[in-house]
Design a protein around this ligand. Structure first.
Ligand code: AMP
Length: 415
C-alpha cells in the first residue's frame, strides 16, 4: 500500500511512525511532513489546505490511501477532493467536519441526537452574552464558534475576561461549566461501524497544576487507571452511535476519526467537544500502545469496510508524552532556536525545521514531545521525562506534572 499523509505536526509524526510500522505499507509519503517524519517517509511540499493541490499530489504519487491529520484541510474539503479522484481518504468530508469547525453545529447535532453535553447559548452581541453569563454563572466558559487551533476557549471566574473574549471572537458559544476529570476518546469510523481506541487524558493548560492559559495540549497519557469500567461502552452507546446516526440521517455521514472530549461529571459523562481528527498530543500515546497495524485500520475506515475489521489489539502497559514548548508559548512563541538532543527514539517532532546549515531549529509553539511506554504509568512517565531532560532548546518549557496525579491515585470521578 502507498500512503500519503497530510500534515506536519506531532500528531502526524506519531501517525507516520504507526503507518511506517505497518508491514502492508510499501511507501509512505508525507506532505509537508517535518524533519522527524523525514526519517520514515519521503517528504513532498504541498499547500495542505488546498483540496485540488492535495488531490493532485495523491494522484501523482498513486496513493492507495490518503490520511489527513489536521482539522483545517478537512474543513477545507481535502478529503472530498481526494475521494473525488477515486482514492480512499481517511478523514471526514467538509460537511461532516463541521462537527469540529462550528461549535454551534456540534451543539445542534448533539441536541438532535440526545447526546449529553453542557447547556449552551450562541451569542453575537454584548446583550445576549451578558444574559448567557448571568444564566450559567461562574466559572464562565466562552468558546470561539470557529476553528481556533485549541486556543479559542476561555474558562474563567473573571466576568470582564469572559466578556472581553466574547467581544474579540464576535460569535461565541457560552456554556455551563462541567466539573470532573476529562477524557479524550478517539473513535475510528466509516460512518456506520465504529471502533474506539484507548481513552487518554491530555493537559490543556500551560502550567503545572492546570494553571495559566489554554494551549493546544502540553502532554498526555493512556490508559486511564481511574476510568470507571464500562465508560467506553457507555460513551459508544450514548454519544458515538447516536451522533453517527444523526450525521447519516442528514445525508452527511461522518467517516474518519471522531474525537470525543468528555468531562466525567457527577451526573455522568458529558461531551465537552467533538473534533474531526486525531488529537494532539493524545495520538502520541494512544498509537504508541496500538498493536493492530495502523494503515489497515485507517484503510478499512476510509473504504467503508470497518465492520469486517478484526478487534483491535493493544500492548500491555502505559504511555506518556510530555510536550516541550518554545519560550513565550502560547501567547507569542519564539522560533528559530537551535535544538540539540532530538534525534532519538521517542522524540516526536511537532514544530521543527531543518535549517540550511543542517541544524534542527524550532518552528512552532509546541516544538517536540518526549513519548515513552513502560510496564506501568509510573515507568512510562519516568521514561518520557528522561527523554525531555536530554533535549536542549533555549528558553523552552514543559509541564512537570504530566500523569502525576494518575500515578499517585489522586484522580476521582465524582459520584
Ligand atoms: P475545547 O476546545 O472545547 O476542548 O475546550 C478546551 C478546554 O476548555 C477543555 O479541554 C476543557 O478543559 C475546558 N472546557 C471547555 N468547555 C468546558 C466546560 N463546559 N466546562 C468545563 N471546562 C470546559
Amino acid at each position: 500500500m502507498r500512503v500519503l499523509l497530510v500534515g506536519g505536526g506531532g500528531r502526524e509524526h506519531a501517525l507516520a511512525l504507526g503507518l511506517a510500522n505497518d508491514p502492508a505499507v510499501d511507501q509512505l509519503i508525507a506532505a509537508p511532513g517535518n524533519p522527524g517524519i523525514a526519517a520514515v517517509a519521503e517528504l513532498r511540499e504541498v499547500a495542505a489546505n488546498d483540496p485540488a493541490a492535495v488531490a493532485a499530489l495523491a494522484v501523482e504519487v498513486q496513493a492507495d490511501l490518503v490520511v489527513i491529520g489536521p482539522e483545517a484541510p478537512l474543513v477545507a474539503g481535502v478529503a472530498d477532493a481526494v475521494r473525488a479522484k477515486g482514492i480512499p481518504a481517511f478523514g471526514p468530508s467538509a460537511e461532516a467536519a463541521r462537527l469540529e469547525g462550528s461549535k454551534t453545529f456540534a451543539k445542534e447535532i448533539m441536541t438532535a441526537a440526545g447526546v449529553p453535553t453542557a447547556r449552551a447559548h450562541t451569542c453575537t452581541d454584548p446583550e445576549s452574552t451578558a444574559r448567557a453569563l448571568d444564566d450559567f454563572g461562574p466559572p464562565y466558559v466562552v468558546k470561539n464558534d470557529g476553528l481556533a487551533a485549541g486556543k479559542g476557549v476561555v474558562v474563567t471566574d473573571d466576568r470582564t475576561i469572559a466578556e472581553e473574549h466574547a467581544r474579540e471572537c464576535g460569535r461565541v458559544v457560552i456554556e455551563e461549566y462541567l466539573a470532573g476529570p476529562e477524557v479524550s476518546l478517539f473513535v475510528v469510523t466509516d460512518g456506520e461501524a465504529a471502533l474506539p481506541l484507548l481513552p487518554a487524558q491530555d493537559f490543556k493548560r500551560v502550567g503545572d497544576g492546570d494553571t495559566g492559559p489554554n494551549t493546544g495540549g502540553m502532554g498526555a497519557y493512556a490508559p486511564l487507571p481511574w476510568a470507571p469500567p464500562g465508560l467506553v461502552d457507555e460513551v459508544m452507546r450514548d454519544v458515538v452511535h447516536p451522533t453517527l446516526a444523526e450525521m447519516r440521517r442528514r445525508g452527511t455521514p461522518f467517516a474518519g476519526l471522531l474525537y470525543v472530549g468528555l468531562a466525567l461529571t457527577a451526573a455522568g459523562p458529558r461531551v465537552i467537544e467533538f473534533n474531526a481528527r486525531f488529537g494532539d498530543p493524545e495520538t502520541q500515546v494512544v498509537l504508541a500502545l496500538l498493536e493492530t497495524p495502523l494503515a489497515g485500520l485507517l484503510h478499512a475506515a476510509a473504504s467503508g469496510t470497518l465492520a469486517a475489521h478484526p478487534p483491535l489489539r493493544w500492548r500491555e502497559g502505559a504511555a506518556v508524552t510530555v510536550v516541550v514548548a518554545a519560550e513565550g508559548y502560547p501567547a507569542a512563541p519564539r522560533t528559530g532556536d537551535e535544538i540539540v538532543g532530538a534525534d532519538r527514539a521517542g522524540v516526536i517532532h511537532a514544530g521543527t525545521r531543518r535549517a540550511d546549515d543542517g541544524t534542527l531549529r524550532s518552528a512552532g509553539g509546541r516544538v517536540l514531545c518526549g513519548t515513552a511506554t513502560g510496564p506501568d504509568l509510573a515507568a512510562a512517565r519516568d521514561a518520557a521525562y528522561a527523554l525531555v531532560r536530554r533535549i536542549e532548546l533555549a528558553g523552552s518549557h514543559h509541564r512537570t506534572d504530566i500523569a502525576a496525579a494518575a500515578v499517585e491515585g489522586r484522580i476521582a470521578v465524582p459520584d
